[in-house]
Design a protein around this ligand. Structure first.
Ligand SMILES: *Cc1c(COP(=O)(O)O)cnc(C)c1O
Length: 214
């Protein structure tokens, strides 16, 4: 087994230990700052979804590895919309109605998640939780909205913020009458808390790609 496959197995064990079924959870390997060989390792180990946070870095990787299912997880600037429309399987970091409008003009079929700032840290992107239901409804009229994405707080216990995001997803579904199957939350430092709160998609970098096996 490769080192990557070993680390992936260790992550899966930790997910199982939270009581969650691995069938319900997609692991997105976040490959930002890592070379193509590393992306290939993740694919060879059976992962399909790869995530990048910068458009400039992502596009050449998309060209080199079209067999992967690419996700954009970092902030999208409006002047980059033209370059990304239709290129990613999922844009997880949609954080304004304006961006959704620009994307819809280019590519009406672009699947997206709405990023919500549930940690309420000013440096973080995402709509404020109070606006999520209204913005999700408006975005859902423009693009295939598949769920919500959020980052846990840096210092505090992340689980309450993750539970808030899970609750918001329910409220967005109820308000719009549309199913929102994806709840993207959980990174290397907090994925177990995210699993306990109902995550359906983990975005993992360091825990998959860096030694030692945690
Ligand atoms: C980098 C990044 C991740 C992965 O972070 P790790 O701590 O390396 O697991 C997840 N989500 C986003 C938005 C990121 O930018």
């Amino acid at each position: 087994m490769s080192r990557f496959a070993e680390r992936l197995e260790a992550v899966r064990d930790r997910v199982r230990a939270t009581g969650r079924d691995l069938e319900e959870i997609t692991i997105v390997a976040v490959t930002k700052g890592r070379p193509l060989e590393v992306c290939r390792e993740a694919l060879a180990a059976g992962l399909r979804a790869l995530g990048e946070n910068r458009v400039q870095e992502a596009l050449p990787k998309l060209d080199a590895l079209p067999e992967a299912e690419w996700h954009l997880v970092g902030h999208l600037q409006s002047n980059k919309v033209r370059q990304v429309a239709g290129r990613f399987r999922l844009i997880q970091s949609l954080d304004s109605l304006r961006l959704a409008e620009l994307l819809a003009e280019r590519e009406g079929g672009q699947r997206v998640l709405l990023e919500v700032n549930v940690s309420r840290e000013p440096a973080k992107k995402g709509v404020v939780p109070e606006d999520a239901v209204a913005v999700a409804r408006q975005i859902g009229d423009l693009l295939p909205l598949e769920g919500l994405m959020g980052l846990g707080p840096q210092s505090a216990d992340p689980e309450p913020a993750f539970r808030e995001l899970a609750e918001l997803r329910q409220r967005c579904q109820d308000a719009s009458g549309r199913a929102l199957p994806i709840l993207s939350m959980g990174m290397s430092g907090d994925f177990e808390a995210a699993c306990r709160a109902g995550s359906t998609m983990l975005r993992l970098g360091r825990v998959l790609f860096e030694n030692p096996v945690p």
